[in-house]
Design a protein around this ligand. Sequence first.
Ligand code: SR1
Ligand code: MG
Length: 419
Amino acid sequence: MSEEVYQPLTSETLPMRLGNIKSITAHIGKDVQEWKVTEVGDGNLNLVFVVSGNGADVIIKQALPYVRLVGDSWPLPLSRSFFEHEVLVRQSARDPGSVPEIYYFDETQAVIAMEMLSPHTILRRKLIWGEKVVGLADRLGKFCARTAFRGSDLSLETAQKKKDVALFQGNFELMAITENLVFTDPYFEADMNHHTAELEPIVNRLRGDINLKREVQKMLFKFTANTETLLHGDLHSGSVMCTETETKVIDPEFGFYGPMGFDLGMLISNYLMAYFAQPGHRLENNLTSYQDWILGVIKDTVDVFMAEFELLWKTERTGILYPTSLFEDQGHSSVSALRDLQGQIWEDAVGICGIEMHRRVLSLAHNADFEDIQKTKTRASLEARNLMMGRELVLQRSAVGSVDQLVDLAKRYNSEVHL
Ligand code: SR1
Ligand code: MG
């Protein structure tokens, strides 16, 4: 008996290879002659096909055995597709409706078939175009809180949590990418790094800052050693799809167990980069109001996160941590313990936020928010504000005690000239 081998799909082979899978044809229709297949992947890693037929469209995502952004000189395991599917299942259970519906998964072929989100657009594009999304902060604040809480020892039984941590340690190649590209490469001249030439003086200053490197390493230690909860692992604005009123989270292949503030911090940093980049995308007359809207989204996201986390703390604390048997059942309030934990989550989120602001400008994978600004002098001056605020967030993360302080800092850096 021959073992099935992995083969990348093409637009031509896809109908023949997936045309007899009922959970897919139930959506597209059985007549593969009618299927129209378009490869739309523009991310860093995978093939993504939109398949249309007589029914609804379906997304087929297939992992490649290498990093698409770089080529086959950088191999990457297909198992990331398995982990992506595992995370999607958990996210869907922990925050129903937050992720696309999954129709089919094939581990050997590293294929996930899922709901086509239409007419959704990648959030990063909307932020560049100056479009608003109703309910964005509410949806993602709740998503971060529910997945953080319900994937942690506050909610899970000990065996369930430990087994799941053990399972996800297998996603180590993807964690290694984050360890290098996010936490390490920005702070020295790593091979694949690049940055806008005019930024050189700022880059030298950051890379010469030993305190900064030390504090980033402390955050990396948390990334590697703290298995607090199951995280999305790559929650930037390219991992979110929206209409004017609906928001969904996609692409959790970097899923890992880590600090509860990780997803929240990465999300905020991508809003901040969108905020700082705005002068490169629009004119003075609607610049300020759109920038204010982004800052409002950041504030509301954090407020929603904290409120939802508190609600879950009060209603769903069924795990091994802070059991009600030790607190409420003894007539003891657990509110101060909750506030301690929320403070720690916030501090971690602020630190991660600053680091992500650095890596998207200095490391390998940059953001279109800045990259789409053609005039390099303009781009560099905006990136400089972002880099310097990122530095302050990492170094002063324990002093940035609230989202209001973070928003005030953003306004200050947005008015400063660093280049
Ligand atoms: C080589 S992968 C580069 C980046 O793309 C992904 O979306 C992650 O953010 C990763 O760091
Ligand atoms: Mg991705």
